[in-house]
Design a protein around this ligand. Structure first.
Ligand code: SAH
Length: 197
């Protein structure tokens, strides 16, 4: 279901086994989500590719500056970093962020900044983003993320609790109007916002 060749090439060239514990690395090339500890998962490669394709498609080409909410293993971060100019990624679980940082270093990715914080509030003082992608599902879209969308900026985010939908939000020009489109059913870990780690 993914047709953007740029995305397919990057997925094909990114060693997903590096983002898992050794005990699970033999399953790295299955099209499934896999545990990374702390009750969190490395997203299914299909959905990583699909969300990336939607982000690029809706933005009319790879966006320059992207905010990712939920670094997790750093796999989606690595995919994005190969397609856009700069990725800022927020994770609320420090040990996951530490592991992700090591992997990004190993892969020599220089255009990524990581932050240990609650991404439900975006990345305060980091300016506006052409694209925002969330790997965790809030019940409703956090205002903080909408506020950080640049004019015509694109947000791709799973929304809902038991029933979640992948949702595409586009800021209409530089207005405070947003066009929202519900895409396909998905299953993500919850976006925990406003709670302590
Ligand atoms: N793309 C990642 C997905 C990890 S799962 C990967 O493929 O590895 C989603 C991540 O979102 C988890 O690591 C979880 O800790 C994180 N998360 C949940 N709520 C968050 C919040 N409010 N702020 C930042 N990260 C959050």
């Amino acid at each position: 279901g993914v047709s953007d060749q740029r995305v397919l090439d990057v997925i094909a060239n990114t060693p997903r086994h590096l983002f898992l514990d050794e005990a699970l690395s033999h399953r790295a090339y299955e099209d499934t989500a896999l545990p990374i500890g702390f009750g969190q998962t490395l997203s299914q490669p299909y959905i990583v590719a699909r969300m990336t394709e939607i982000l690029i498609g809706a933005a009319g080409g790879p966006p320059k500056r992207v905010l990712e909410v939920g670094t997790g293993s750093g796999y989606q971060t690595t995919i994005l970093a190969q397609l856009v100019d700069e990725v800022l990624s927020v994770e609320r679980i420090k040990p996951l962020q530490d592991n992700a940082r090591e992997r990004l270093h190993l892969l020599r990715l220089k255009n990524v900044r990581l932050r240990h914080a609650d991404g439900g509030f975006g990345w305060p003082n980091a300016g506006l983003f052409d694209g925002i992608l969330s790997a965790a599902a809030p019940r409703s879209i956090p205002q903080g993320l909408l506020d950080q969308l640049a004019p015509n900026g694109v947000l791709v985010i799973p929304v809902g609790a038991d029933q979640q939908s992948l949702t595409l939000v586009i800021r209409e020009g530089d207005s405070d109007q947003f066009k929202t489109q519900t895409l396909e059913p998905v299953k993500f870990v919850p976006l925990l916002s406003g709670t302590s780690t």
